[in-house]
Ligand binder design. Structure first.
Ligand code: PEP
Ligand code: MN
Length: 282
């Protein structure tokens, strides 16, 4: 892939590591969890406490929701950000929240530890440039019709503004399949790890749209070499105002965390074995 001046692995061999709170993304396996949208204080704080207890490293929650229908819940805006601020105070978890408008980047950055740029805005170049100027860590999601080359070029827009803190996210792409909400392109993980030094995470919630498929895809992400995952958790999934079909209960999330921990340890051992082989052949 040509023209990727700043994101390419060939120009920088070492993995980029981004420190956010206590976690080093790109080094420590990172789990971001929380509701699709911030709905009210009780919902967010209870969910935040539950995901923290289960071992999540960061809290997600949208205050600005890009919805297919203009009549669907659009998020609480500033009120939602203030609730996220409270949840951070309560749990210590850094906040990951979406920004949809270039004019909002500066003030949303006062509440966010990580600015999320969603799939629908991946190629909103003005938004990417503003996020680049902000110097905040950015979670850049793959567009639902985008190639890896397009994703990496979008990362370049942020990097070229002097912001090296970009995390890439595979969240599924549109294919002929309709059983799942999207088709989670698991091969994009090792492909991106080969192409770029930036951390790569997955979003099995939007990638599948189905509660029962989230755990297998979390585990597949670990096996594929992802640096983490982001999942949607709601303290009471049947009441979720947004993406109810893919909302994990705190118990389901806890099981995912336990299994993931186990698999991360196995992957460490697998990597050690592989490194031993490499050192022998050199
Ligand atoms: C989200 O994570 O809240 C979201 C809207 O995801 P995506 O942009 O991947 O659809
Ligand atoms: Mn969602």
């Amino acid at each position: 892939m040509t023209g990727l001046k700043l994101s390419s692995r060939s120009n920088k061999k070492t993995d980029t590591i981004i420190s956010i709170g206590n976690v080093k993304v790109g080094k420590d396996f990172t789990v971001i969890a929380g509701p699709c949208a911030v709905e009210n204080e009780k919902q967010l704080i209870e969910t935040a406490i539950a995901v923290k207890k289960a071992g999540a490293n960061m809290l997600r929650g949208g205050a600005f929701k890009p919805r297919t229908s203009p009549y669907a819940f659009q998020g609480l805006g500033l009120k939602g950000l203030k609730i996220l601020e409270k949840a951070k105070k309560e749990t210590g978890l850094p906040i990951v929240t979406e920004v949809t408008d270039p004019r909002d980047v500066t003030w949303v950055s006062e509440y966010a530890d990580v600015l999320q740029i969603g799939a629908r805005n991946m190629q909103n170049f003005t938004l990417l440039t503003e996020a680049g100027k902000s110097k905040k860590p950015v979670l850049l999601k793959r567009g639902m019709y985008s190639t890896l080359s397009e994703l990496l070029n979008c990362a370049e827009y942020i990097l070229s503004e002097g912001n090296p803190n970009v995390i890439l996210c595979e969240r599924g792409i549109r294919t002929i399949e309709t059983y799942t909400r999207n088709t989670m392109d698991i091969s994009s993980v090792p492909a991106l790890k080969e192409l770029t030094h930036l951390p790569v995470i997955t979003d099995p919630s939007h990638g599948t749209g189905r509660v029962n498929l989230i755990k297998p895809m979390c585990l597949a992400s670990i096996a594929a070499g992802a640096d983490g995952f982001i999942v949607e958790v709601h303290y009471n999934p049947c009441e979720a105002l947004c993406d109810k079909e893919q909302a994990l209960s705190p118990k389901q999330f806890e099981i995912i965390m336990k299994s993931s921990k186990f698999l991360c340890e196995s992957m460490k051992r697998i990597n050690e074995i592989e490194n031993e082989y490499h050192s022998q052949t050199i």
